[in-house]
Ligand binder design. Structure first.
Ligand code: FAD
Length: 397
């Protein structure tokens, strides 16, 4: 059967007891330790170190990696469920996790044994935090347009340039930095970029301005400035000049996590709207007794289920080592847009309380805008889906 009319088996999602057990661990953590702090995180726009330490103790930072590298050997579905649960309460905290995987995953996939022992293990155990530094002022979706330079010198490379919108940039211990090792070739734009592992404290590495974005208060990205930063030869990740491939295959996996963030936000909005509409009375009736509200709730329930199933499906395909790129992009589009729609619907259902900061529903709408943007905007996801489908029918895009 062709991919366009797939076998029913392609839709298998293996949810097991272990998945539910870990969901409970993260739900418990989120309800007991995070929920009481959400208002403070929002108003101070900061995540307490203590909360991050406790988060790391749940094992979430390395759950998918083998035990020999500090992980728990669980699957991508476990991680998706965990990110969903965390995002249901605090998307900013989930972003810290998702961004950490943008460093640990490529080290796992492309690193040598020594790099895995030295860098992956502490990232997976949550002893160290990672930041993925690709985006620049002139290069976001188009990663091949980066201009940060890595010049070959005796024993390594010297990196010079500026990176923008880097999550965890101010708290990270390990940076994965992408820089040009050879000038761009217009015919092969994806070549000539190399990935480097840079340690915090490297001479010439400075943390620049904080970029205040609409959502994810508590985990705002920063600018990173590299002034002639020396990186030893052994910290080159993968092949010289093949960094774009490393980055893109990292984002393919990472966007399952972003989809899971969308599911968590969509679920939180549904719960808030449902609770409010069963309690609030107008003209002598509970809101939920009005068909106009019932329809909105029905749409929200439908959106959250569709988003969850697609996200678990993408994770399950990755777990079975089946092609998952198209599924991951579909999941990211559907789940992040479900988050936006549900947050907006919840705001409307909750009237003035919906737009008030105290109830936290407007935060869900703000957070949904950011997750639609990072790890490849939803426009870029649509391009990926179209490219994959074109490939399936033998049409080169
Ligand atoms: C909160 C936050 C955290 C982030 N964290 C990180 C991080 O940790 N590390 C990192 O490296 N980066 C990070 N980013 C950057 C993020 O990945 C980029 O913002 C994103 O890839 C989009 O790039 P851009 O902002 O330059 O938009 P552009 O690429 O300039 O795109 C602008 C608009 O044009 C559209 N567009 C662009 N190209 C096309 C096309 N070919 N076809 C159709 N439409 C197109 C886009 O969809 C978008 O709507 C973060 C961003 C934010 C907001």
């Amino acid at each position: 059967m062709s991919e366009l009319s797939p076998s029913s088996l392609d839709y298998t999602i293996h949810v097991k007891e272990e998945h539910e057990e870990y969901r409970k661990v993260i739900r418990d953590f989120s309800q007991k330790l995070v929920l009481p702090k959400v208002q403070k995180i929002e108003s101070e726009n900061a995540l307490e170190d203590e909360l991050v330490t406790r988060l790391c103790e749940t094992g979430i930072m390395g759950i998918t990696f083998p035990e020999e590298y500090g992980g728990a050997g669980a699957d991508n579905l476990t991680l998706a469920i965990a990110v969903e649960e965390l995002s249901r309460v605090c998307t900013a905290l989930a972003t810290l996790v998702v961004a950490n995987y943008l460093v640990s995953t490529p080290i796992y996939l492309f690193g040598n044994e020594e790099q895995k022992r030295k860098y992956l293990a502490p990232l997976a155990k949550g002893q160290k935090i990672g930041a993925h530094a690709m985006t620049e002022a002139g290069a976001g979706s188009d990663v091949s347009a980066i201009t940060t330079q890595a010049q070959k010198v005796d024993g390594g490379y010297r990196i010079t340039g500026r990176k923008l919108f880097i999550t965890n940039g101010d708290r990270a211990h390990i940076y994965l930095v992408f820089a040009r090792t050879s000038p761009p070739d217009p015919r092969k734009r994806h070549l000539g970029v190399t990935a480097f592992i840079v340690e915090r404290g490297a001479q010439g590495l400075k943390i620049g301005q904080r970029l205040n974005v609409i959502g994810l208060r508590g985990d705002q990205p920063v600018e990173l400035i590299f002034e002639d930063v020396f990186v030893p030869e052994e910290n080159v990740l993968g092949e010289i000049g093949r960094g774009v491939r490393i980055a893109l295959s990292t984002y393919d996996r990472g966007r399952i996590g972003v989809a899971a963030q969308g599911v968590g936000i969509a679920q939180a909005a549904l719960e808030a709207a449902l609770k409010y509409s069963t309690q609030r009375e107008t003209f002598g009736n509970k809101l939920l007794s009005y068909q106009q509200v019932q329809f909105k709730i029905a749409e929200m329930v439908s959106s959250v289920h569709a988003a969850r199933i697609l996200t678990y499906w993408a994770a399950s395909l990755a777990d079975q080592a089946k092609p998952f790129v198209k599924a991951a992009s579909i999941a990211k589009i559907v789940a992040t847009e479900a988050a936006e729609r549900n947050a907006h619907a919840a705001m409307l259902i909750m009237g003035a309380y919906g737009v008030s900061q105290e109830t936290g529903v407007e935060r869900l709408l703000r957070d949904s805008q950011v997750i639609k943007t990072y790890e490849g905007t939803n426009d870029i996801q649509r391009l990926i889906v179209a490219r994959e489908v074109a490939k399936e029918v033998g049409f080169a895009l």
